[in-house]
Design a protein around this ligand. Sequence first.
Ligand SMILES: [Fe+2]
Ligand SMILES: [Fe+2]
Length: 194
Amino acid sequence: MLNLKLDTDPRWVKNAVENNIEQILTDHAYCELKAAATAAAYIVRYPEKEELVDKMVALSREEMAHFDMVHKEIKRRGFVLGSQQKDDYVGYLMKFVRKGEGEEKKFIDNMLFAAMIEARSCERFKVISDHISDQPLAEFYRDLMASEARHYTLFIKLAKQYADPAAVDQRWQEWLEYEKKVIGLFGKDERIHG
Ligand SMILES: [Fe+2]
Ligand SMILES: [Fe+2]
């Protein structure tokens, strides 16, 4: 799915997700908030790329709406939004962004970094919706899955629009290989990328 090299073991849903819904929803809410913040940060970083700015405005709004949906779900269940936890998975991905090798490479990696998180989040939402016994949550995650798949496509498209498409394709393969090793370290904890 989405060309990812390693699928999430569905046992993660039974072992980590189902018994920790409050923590999962809290972590998920912050994923959405960080996605909105990243979109806003890309506007600051690439102000001259007009279409990118327009797309990031729309994306930031949409991710904020997702945050609101998750927060509503938290409240509906009588839970409380907890505090933000460190996302080690995202930390590993950040290390793969090339620095000091020129603006184009950094731009490509910034786009692919975001695409990677969207793709893996989409895969995690699918695994949850396919395997969770809580039907309302299964539907909730199925709806969000489609948005994250669109966002993954958006970042790849923007990368190719403003940089050499062949270089983007080649680098995306490297990202997929790297992410395969990273995600292999996870799949046990009660977090969206845990
Ligand atoms: Fe989202
Ligand atoms: Fe997204």
